[in-house]
Design a protein. Sequence first.
Length: 220
Amino acid sequence: MFVIILITLIFSLHYEFCFCQCSHAEYEIHEQCCPMCVPGYHVHLHCTDDTTTTCVPCTPLTFIDEANGLTRCFPCTVCDAYQGLRVNKVCTRSSDTVCGPQKGFYCIYKKKGSCRLALQHSECSPGQYIKQAGTDSTDTVCADCTGDSYSNGSFSSCLPHTKCEALGLAETNPGTHSSDSECRDPPAVAVIVSVLIVTLILITVACVLIFKHSEENTIF
Ligand SMILES: *[C@@H]1O[C@H](CO)[C@@H](O)[C@H](O)[C@H]1NC(C)=O
């Protein structure tokens, strides 16, 4: 019991010792407390008894987003197109690049508000419709067509099959869940129409002949 108390005491003392040595806007170096550099700047020269810390700005394509006692800035994250990423916010001295998914991609792994890996939205198969379009963070949601309806996979809902009979047409191909039904003029109608046309032509020709004939009769 005594040992536990002793250990606890030492630990808490140690803890206090470490964190109370320098104030929170200072860092410890060579057993001395130096003022930290503000975000966007790194330490060029540590402070001495006579001088304060010398800070210099991060060079291009590097950053530090916290007050620090670091001698170098961190390299800016690169948004890799092969990971489905693009730049949402460019890197500044005091903030890292923020990557987001490319158009048509969704993020599957995020770190510190920046996307690290994105995948392409799934496509729906024929016979399915797009129930929910994909977003920056979610994949496409597909659902199957049911009943007398179809979708080629790119529709946002399944469309009802064309009813050939209701249009007075014959069905040549029944619809499936991925294709519409196909209609054609019923043969009976086609025959009637052709007979009518032929009859009309014959009547016209007959009229012309008769007319010519009577003209000739008149002359002679
Ligand atoms: C589905 O049909 C639409 C319009 O009919 C067409 O624009 C699209 O390219 C088709 N998609 C596929 C995957 O066949």
